[in-house]
Design a protein around this ligand. Structure first.
Ligand code: ADP
Ligand code: MG
Length: 329
């Protein structure tokens, strides 16, 4: 009898994997999931998903003039402004990462991003010290007060809040939770390079992903094996400009008001919350290799770094990351 039951369980056919892709948040998304039930097709899933992503953008985008975030940005200074619970949650998480990273992560950094030409108006002119000092005056995550009881946000001064460095990761979490609510336990969700995986891959075992090598002349990936977890990567090698041999990255150090110029090429962070991983990846990129390793060991965060050196690219990773690396054969 026991044996029969076992056989029956084995022969129960698993639903197939489906794939959907599209665009959102100025980038692309790709999702692979085991079909939640017969009612769902790739087409109906994509339709429902796109509506959800639109709703999320209506909350957190700075590109939609009347988004919930832009309403907060234009709300009066010094008064509590009620926001939707999900936006409040993103702001809370962003603030947590700001404190953890000693201000390396800062969602009010936009005036500096714009000044250095990485905002909506692209340019490659290096600003002078006076302009940097003036922009720094308008930056400070600690000028945002979050009232946990009323879910209101108070700005102590004029601020331009931009969630670019956390929104993709948060969006990945929103999509993953939605898929789980449909009954799917096996999936990969990816938005603009940030991802979250759960359960099994179509190959029938754990998901494996590769960390891209920033050296295009020597392409190679570092394979990592993942259970249920979010993965985010920040790198300075795609978005930058060069002047007098110095490379100015689009990631700004809010403590100096200047783009980072150290040798950290890419940071990959793992965390059950893809939003946290996304924000921490940006924070670590700002902090640089040594400070990152120290904080990652303190907090036991799995982090993988690729740094430029004269001898080429060098890798190091925190002890919490080791168990995710595929054993080299
Ligand atoms: P990417 O995946 O493109 O590398 P990130 O998640 O690192 O993106 O976020 C980059 C964006 O975050 C920038 O375009 C800018 O708007 C914003 N940003 C730049 N510096 C910081 C910072 N120190 N803290 C928070 N956001 C930042
Ligand atoms: Mg980020």
């Amino acid at each position: 009898m026991l044996l029969l039951l076992f056989l029956a369980a084995c022969s129960a056919k698993q639903p197939p994997f489906l794939q959907i892709s599209g665009s959102t948040m100025g980038t692309s998304y790709h999702i692979t999931l085991r079909q939640p039930s017969d009612e769902w097709t790739e087409k109906t899933l994509k339709e429902a998903l796109d509506l959800r992503l639109q709703a999320f953008n209506q909350l957190a985008s700075t590109y939609i003039p009347d988004s919930e975030l832009n309403r907060l940005n234009s709300a009066p200074i010094g008064e509590g402004h009620a926001v939707m619970p999900m936006l409040f949650d993103i702001l809370l998480l962003a603030t947590e990462v700001s404190w953890l990273s000693n201000g390396a992560f800062d969602i009010t950094v936009a005036p500096l991003v714009d000044l250095w030409g990485f905002g909506p108006v692209r340019h490659e002119v290096k600003p002078d010290d006076k302009a940097v000092a003036a922009a720094l005056e308008q930056v400070g995550f600690d000028q945002i007060e979050l009232d946990l009881l009323d879910k209101t946000v108070l700005k102590n001064r004029k601020l331009h809040i931009d969630l670019s460095a956390i929104a993709k990761g948060y969006g990945v979490d929103v999509v993953a939770l939605w898929l789980e609510s449909l009954g799917t336990t096996d999936y990969l969700v990816e938005i603009g390079g940030e991802m979250r995986v759960a359960g099994l891959s179509p190959r029938g075992d754990q998901w494996r992903i590769g960390v891209e090598n920033p050296d295009v002349s020597n392409p190679e990936t570092v394979p990592i094996r993942l259970g249920n977890i979010g993965v985010a990567t920040s790198g300075d090698y795609r978005n930058y400009f060069e002047e007098d041999g110095i490379r100015y990255s689009h990631t700004i150090d809010p403590n100096t008001g200047r783009p980072i110029t150290h040798n950290l090429a890419s940071v990959t962070v793992l965390d059950p919350s893809c939003a946290f991983a996304d924000a921490m990846a940006t924070a670590f990129l700002v902090m640089g290799g040594d400070k990152t390793m120290k904080l990652a060991e303190q907090l036991q965060i799995p982090v993988y770094l690729i740094e430029k050196s004269e001898a080429g690219f060098v890798r190091r990773y925190s002890s919490a990351f080791a168990s995710y690396l595929e054993q080299e054969k």
